[in-house]
Design a protein around this ligand. Structure first.
Ligand code: TRP
Length: 346
């Protein structure tokens, strides 16, 4: 808990260190896109902030009700990915959404502060509805998950939400709910801000706008060396770059996008770009360099993952402790909410 004694805040909720909250649906292994979009920021900020990370299993169920095993079994997968990239359980509090019923209580209050029309306008939800092919059978829980996400964020009293750009509408909607709540019931909740990485989001291995598990254009943090090599070999480059001598295009070329994101030796990437543009540099050579870069990045992640994976009971214990700690905080928020609304009867 807060190391320094906190100065009393307006609503009694501000801790000594500012709080961060973010998380993921446990629908499968995390990939390089998650790293660039969110995990890198979480790592950078784990010293400076009091950081909470949720594994959003209830949100995962909103479009997987008939397949709950997919969600419950991936809780451990995602937790191992967190630990593997270097999130330190001594600094970061990681917890499971469904094990804290007060989130659902907050969600219930917030649902009345949002219109169905507003939910239908949420661009991320709109796109997901299209992408998932719900047609006219959108699960009600899916349509309202941004409201549940507002509970995720306000429950631990987060100031900052480090997420990828696609999550910006969720934070925006949370801010609206907070403002409405505070206006109707008095200053109670903290209005959070999104923290979006400056680097653009990582394209898929097929050159598509982003990595999407169901499309199969991802490189997972847990992929073994052979899998990564195969995926890099099949990566999208410049379709017009047919012969080594031909001048090639760097823009929109996935291999160069990954080098930009992961090669710590920037001059070397720039040199490769120059040579590629001029002609005389083959895709095979650029891909070989990328593989080297990705292996340098992934090898320590794999090693750390293996270490934790050898003792799943200990990993689940970390989750249990993180959940217990978070629940105390969310219970405090729920108590303040009840008091503000006037539903604290006894
Ligand atoms: N919607 C996020 C995703 O799909 C996961 C999530 C749930 C989340 N609750 C959150 C992210 C709260 C940030 C804050 O990845």
């Amino acid at each position: 808990m807060p190391q320094k004694k906190s100065t009393p805040a307006k609503n009694g909720a501000t801790p000594a260190k500012k709080r961060i909250l973010t998380g993921d649906r446990p629908t499968g292994p995390l990939h390089l896109g998650h790293y660039v979009g969110s995990l890198a920021n979480r790592l950078k900020l784990q010293d400076e902030y009091e950081e909470f990370i949720l594994i959003a299993d209830l949100q995962g169920l909103t479009d997987n009700a008939a397949n709950p095993k997919k969600i419950s079994e991936n809780v451990l997968t995602v937790m191992l990915d967190y630990l593997a990239v270097g999130l330190d359980p001594a600094k970061v509090t990681i917890y499971i959404q469904s094990q804290i019923p007060e989130f659902t209580e907050l969600f219930n209050y917030y649902l009345n502060l949002v219109t169905v029309a507003r939910l239908e306008r949420n661009p991320t939800v709109k796109e997901e509805i299209k992408q998932k092919g719900f047609g006219s059978s959108i699960p009600a829980g899916f349509l309202v998950y941004p409201v549940s996400q507002a509970a995720d964020i306000t429950g631990p009293g987060a100031h900052l939400v480090p997420v990828g750009a696609d999550q910006l509408p969720m934070v925006e909607q949370t801010r609206e709910i907070v403002r409405t709540f505070n206006r109707l019931y008095g200053e109670t909740l903290i209005e959070p801000e999104a923290l979006i990485p400056k680097v653009g989001r990582l394209v898929g291995t097929d050159g598509g706008a982003k990595m999407i598990k169901s499309i199969g254009n991802t490189i997972n943090l847990s992929d073994d060396a052979d899998t990564v090599a195969k995926k890099v070999k099949g990566m999208y480059t410049d379709p017009k770059h047919l012969r080594v001598e031909d001048p090639g295009t760097v823009e929109g070329n996935a291999v160069f996008a990954y080098l930009d994101a992961f090669d710590p030796r920037k001059e070397e990437t720039e040199d490769l770009k120059t040579r590629y543009r001029k002609g005389g540099l083959g895709d095979t050579e650029v891909k070989a360099r990328l593989l080297e870069v990705l292996e340098d990045f992934l090898a320590p992640i794999r090693a750390r993952r293996a270490l934790y994976a050898s003792d799943p009971a200990q990993v689940m214990d970390l989750l249990r402790m993180g959940t217990e700690k978070t629940r105390v905080v969310v219970q405090e928020t729920a108590a303040r909410v009840r008091k503000a609304v006037g539903t604290q009867y006894f």
